[in-house]
Design a protein. Structure first.
Length: 117
């Protein structure tokens, strides 16, 4: 029978891996360490996360809350970027519409339509 402490450690391990890969892809350990450091104010580096993963050191209890803050910060950043992209989209649509209105239809070249003999 596994203890609650062991289940908590396994849950945290799976959570760290899943969130790290989801946010940062295959090379996620160092970027996730930077994210955790940013939201906690702690000095966290990639080797520390590697020690947690290899069970050399236990996952701290605060990691779950910190991961939630990392996720929420990421969501906020994505939403902000989405707003910026939407603004660029509106700008481009307006520019294309203005071009269509300001640019007359091309007039075919009469000489090009005449067959050559």
């Amino acid at each position: 029978m596994t203890s609650v402490k062991d289940r908590d450690q396994e849950f945290r391990r799976e959570l760290v891996i899943r969130i790290g890969q989801l946010i940062h892809g295959q090379r996620w350990i160092a970027p996730l360490a930077a994210d955790l450091a940013a939201v906690t104010g702690r000095s966290i580096k990639g080797p520390q996360i590697s020690h947690w993963l290899s069970e050399l050191r236990p996952f701290p209890e605060w990691v779950e809350d910190a991961l939630l803050r990392v996720i929420n910060d990421r969501i906020a950043a994505i939403l902000h970027e989405g707003k910026r992209l939407r603004a660029e989209s509106y700008f481009l649509q307006a520019r294309f519409a203005a071009r269509l209105v300001d640019t007359p239809d091309p007039v075919p070249d009469e000489d090009a339509l005449m067959p050559r003999m």
